[in-house]
Design a protein around this ligand. Structure first.
Ligand code: FAD
Length: 502
């Protein structure tokens, strides 16, 4: 197979920065096949399950297009100097990496850290691929050229990619090729003129419904025999045969934004991706039937580091928001100066500071490894990710502890304030000194939406698994910790000269 013939012309011109409106126009009614509650969604920008999530993404694009944020959220495209999303910058030095982190923080603040797969997440992976195309060239130079060109296309057109890189949880006891049907897990089923045909399913495209492109690959280690699944390809979300089966749409069930302030705005949704004979032209194929390259793309390029540096900047922002929620609730309940509560708040603040500081440490300890590109510190990144599945539930539990029934003893809905028969009681029993009832209830509902609603609980699952199961992340720390330096200390202790007796 000769992939060189199929290449697109090199991108030479950068598109004007994308506005929110342009983004919404691009994904509206474009033929993508998204299914929810048994129905095909005609236009995700109008459907109640996806509309507000799409608008939240649109606001991020508007922020980046605002000249006031030019320095913070964009950088000059190497193609022609026109501004493009900072998320697509390949960091050459510490200042570049810091600038990427600050951009990620700005978008995370705009969504309170509650949207994980904003356009800057998978952008980080493609920066990592373009920084180290030699990994892809091991399969043929054409694949390396394709991945660099596709990165440039995403960068210079300000596009939003999501990804599905985990096989569906059908039977984890067997590799892909030994499943009851060898095309259950997403993979190539045949070659066709100009490209390949894919079938099967892959989990779990968070934000897939809202994105322009899906990156389909596999992060699970594949075995000999699994070559059909060892691919890395980009697919436009409206490609014929591509289907997204969304989980329950929380936003569609949220009655109003007073009772569900977060659900109603920030549900990015998660979807199982199903491929029914999806054609992918060679130009969008970066890895083809190669288990080694499929594995190396994550660990021998800085892709996983850049993507997860963004994820950690987002998570640190989300924890800051959680601390703010807890503090405000304590002020409302009169516990703010209660010493045991102060101790618990101190523990919360310690955990949030550890996460925040580890983001900075990844940056400070980053090193130029190869090709003049800066790689964030692996041991630092994976250490904090490995402990996240313990830190996060601990923090949520502390907030539950200090809040008592505060997030539950609330009017059933906003409508209770409008019934004249009970309005006075609402004010009398739901207010707190210095705060009218409506303000206090709004705060408590905000906290409950963060912690206790279906949206809040999905977030706890997300923080546990977005970077893979924690046993896998701990293996990453094991692979990257400097055990030599540690054991040298032990050797030195064993070599200490004897202490003279007496
Ligand atoms: C809300 C949410 C959003 C997500 N978004 C995305 C996304 O955008 N893109 C994407 O590709 N994926 C995404 N994921 C998927 C995520 O990558 C996977 O859920 C994750 O990799 C874990 O895989 P799994 O769910 O199949 O669990 P499994 O691999 O089946 O593991 C489940 C549990 O089994 C146990 N276990 C299994 N094997 C072992 C072992 N060898 N040793 C010890 N214990 C073991 C562990 O307790 C593990 O936690 C998301 C997941 C969630 C929950």
């Amino acid at each position: 197979m000769d992939i060189a013939m199929e290449q697109r012309p090199t991108a030479t011109r950068t598109a004007p920065l994308r506005t929110g409106e342009a983004y919404l126009r691009a994904i509206a009614d474009d033929g993508r096949r998204v299914f929810i509650d048994g129905e095909l969604v005609k236009d995700v920008t109008r459907h109640p399950a996806f509309r507000e999530g799409a608008r939240s993404i649109a606001r991020l694009y508007d922020m980046a297009a605002d000249p006031a944020n030019r320095e913070r959220l964009t950088f000059p495209s190497p193609a022609d100097g026109a501004p493009v999303l900072r998320a697509y910058q390949i960091p050459r030095n510490h200042a570049d990496l810091r600038a990427k982190r600050l951009a990620a923080e700005s978008w995370a603040e705009a969504t309170f850290g509650l949207m994980g797969r904003t356009p800057d997440h998978v952008a980080g992976f493609f920066c990592g691929y373009a920084a180290k195309p030699s990994v892809f060239a091991a399969g043929g130079q054409g694949y390396a050229d394709n991945v660099v060109r596709f990165y440039e296309h995403l960068r210079d057109s300000h596009l939003y990619a999501s990804y599905a890189i985990v096989p569906p949880q059908i039977d984890r006891s067997k590799p892909a090729h030994q499943q009851s049907d060898p095309s259950l897990y997403a993979g190539v089923v045949r070659e066709k003129d100009g490209g390949i045909v894919l079938a099967g399913a892959q989990q779990l495209a968070t934000g897939g419904v809202l994105s322009d492109y899906l990156y389909l690959s596999c992060i699970h280690p594949l075995q000999p025999g699994d070559e059909n699944q060892a691919i890395g390809v980009a697919i436009p979300m409206n490609a014929p045969g591509l289907k997204l089966y969304s989980r329950r749409g929380f936003a569609a069930k949220a009655e109003n934004s007073f009772d569900y302030p977060l659900t109603s705005r920030f549900d990015e949704t998660d979807s199982l991706v199903v491929l029914n004979d999806v054609f992918v032209p060679w130009e969008n194929v970066f890895i083809y039937r190669d288990t080694r390259i499929c594995f190396d793309q994550w660990w021998k390029t800085p892709s996983h580091l850049y993507g997860n540096l963004q994820a950690q900047a987002r998570y640190a922002t989300k924890l800051r928001f959680l601390l703010g929620l807890a503090k405000r609730m304590n002020e409302m309940t009169g516990h703010d100066r209660n010493p045991p509560v102060m101790v618990q708040m101190g523990e919360l603040a310690s955990l949030a500071t550890i996460v925040d500081s580890m983001v900075h440490a990844q940056e400070v300890m980053a090193q130029v490894e190869e090709d003049g590109v800066l790689w964030p510190s692996r041991a630092t990144l994976y250490s904090v990710m490995a402990l996240q599945s313990e830190i996060n539930p601990r923090m949520i539990d502390i907030v539950r502890e200090i809040t008592g029934a505060g997030m539950i003893t609330l009017p059933s809905s906003e409508r209770d304030f409008s019934n004249p028969e009970i309005a006075a009681d609402m004010e009398r029993f739901f207010s707190t000194p210095g705060h009218a009832a409506r303000g206090k209830v709004a705060l408590m509902k905000l906290a409950w939406d963060f912690i206790g609603t279906e949206f809040g609980n999905r977030h706890q699952q997300y923080e546990k698994f977005y970077g893979g199961a924690s046993f896998l992340v701990k293996m990453n720390v094991f692979r990257n910790y400097d055990f030599n330096r540690a054991t040298q200390l032990v050797d030195q202790a064993l070599d200490l000269p004897p202490v003279a007796a007496g």
